[in-house]
Design a protein around this ligand. Structure first.
Ligand SMILES: Cc1ncc(COP(=O)(O)O)c(C=O)c1O
Length: 412
């Protein structure tokens, strides 16, 4: 066949997590034969069962009248009302379920589509519009922007400023790098951050809102990990706790991480009504919404006592896993690392004898069957690091550490 495929898609690599999954399934027999069956510390997908409350609600919903027909992309009113109530209960913020909330088939879908409503695609580099993204950051952001014909400008997240960069300085650097600030359409932030686990203060969020107002750009806040935290005093905030944020911001929420419901594909976007309306227009032509039974069960768990208890218990489990893994790392000679206050990730330097993140993660995978993610997948500032997800059982985590010891994966 002649080359009929879109240039952007041709340049795209399969998403890193699926790439890893493919490799792992190819080498599983070989690893199993040498007593190193894969232990996945790569996916950010909690492995415990979702709340029983939600699976029971789903079973009940399946028998309701009229449940099997099309929903709407916007989401059923009861679903949007439940999201609004969750925002009120969890963050103390008011959102109008009719104009300021829209359902998502998982936040990954939503993020891809918010980018599409902003960027006018161009093949000409100088014409391309820009979205600023955290680096290291969720691996999909960059590619989503690229396939939508835009430029993803990396905002370096560094320890010196506690991973809360001064955005005016970033904008000045963007100009120094030869980009036109007028081409910037949006700033994307993600706190708590994947892969760093970094959190932001309310003061910082307020400064980011002011920055976006000043530059007339959309603020996209990805709050997928807002319920995964370990200290009450560092409970992640919603961007809408900042006065006036609705003028410029939308925020993304997901059922995936807090309730171990990654396969359900359920989430919501909320905030600025113009952006939500435009987003709804695009989605009305792209999809036909979420299965109503999933919305029913999701709506029930969001504001339930059972849902909140589940989150508390899950966080206690992740905290325990964090401590086990941190202890193991110390025994393996890692000294320079953070134990994050939020998320279920560790972001770690590779041992100095390796030349690249991929060289290290490949070696660990092939020798020990321990699967982690190379840091360069999270952006250009991720080289030299790797990400570990500690969502597996305590037992598996201990085994991963033991294998690293047995197979000589010491830091030095
Ligand atoms: C920062 C961040 N945002 C969004 C997502 C997508 O989550 P989902 O599409 O399951 O809601 C992920 C998944 O890993 C993530 O890490």
């Amino acid at each position: 066949m002649q080359n009929i495929f879109n240039d952007y898609v041709q340049g795209l690599e399969t998403y890193v997590m699926f790439r890893i999954k493919e490799t792992v399934s190819r080498i599983t027999p070989e690893l199993t034969a040498k007593n190193r069956a894969p232990i996945s510390l790569s996916m950010g997908a909690p492995t415990q069962a979702p709340p029983k409350y939600v699976t029971e609600a789903l079973k009940r919903a399946l028998d309701e009248d009229n449940i099997n027909t099309y929903s709407t992309p916007k989401g059923e009113k009861f679903f949007r009302e439940a999201c609004a109530l969750r925002m009120k209960n969890r963050f103390g913020v008011e959102l109008n379920p009719d104009t300021e909330i829209h359902s998502l088939i998982g936040s990954k879908e939503g993020l891809a589509n918010i980018i599409r409503i902003l960027l006018n695609p161009s093949v000409n580099e100088s014409e391309k519009e820009i979205i600023m993204i955290p680096d290291p950051g969720y691996a999909s952001y960059k590619e989503m922007i690229k396939v939508s014909g835009g430029i993803a400008y990396s905002i370096p997240l560094i320890a010196d400023d506690n991973y809360m960069p001064d955005m005016e300085k970033v904008m000045a650097n963007l100009e120094k790098d030869g980009f036109n600030p007028k081409k910037v359409k949006a700033l994307l932030i993600n706190y708590p951050n994947n892969p760093l686990g970094a959190t932001a203060t309310l003061e910082y969020l307020a400064s980011v809102v002011s920055f976006c107002k000043k530059h007339g750009i959309l603020l996209i806040s990805d709050a997928a990990y807002s319920d995964l935290y370990f200290k009450d005093e560092l409970k992640p905030a919603s961007i809408f706790q900042v006065e006036g944020a609705k003028d410029v911001a939308v925020e993304f929420f997901s059922f995936s991480k807090p309730y171990a419901m990654t396969g359900w594909r359920l989430g919501w976007i909320c905030g600025n009504s113009d952006a939500v309306k435009m987003f709804g227009k695009l989605k009305s032509t792209l999809d036909s919404g979420i299965f109503k039974a999933l919305q029913k069960a999701g709506a029930e768990v969001l504001n339930s006592k059972e849902g909140d208890e589940y989150i508390t218990k899950a966080n206690i489990g992740f905290r325990k896993n964090q401590q086990i893994f941190a202890q193991g790392l110390k025994e393996l000679g890692w000294q320079n690392f953070n134990v994050p206050d939020a998320t279920f990730y560790f972001w770690l330097p590779i041992p100095p004898r390796y030349k690249s993140s991929v060289e290290f993660t490949d070696d660990l995978m092939h020798k020990s069957g321990v699967i982690v993610v190379p840091g360069d997948a999270f952006g250009k500032y991720g080289e030299g690091f790797f990400r570990v997800s500690i969502v597996c059982s305590e037992e598996k985590l201990r085994e991963a550490i033991q294998r690293m010891k047995d197979d000589g994966f010491y830091f030095n």
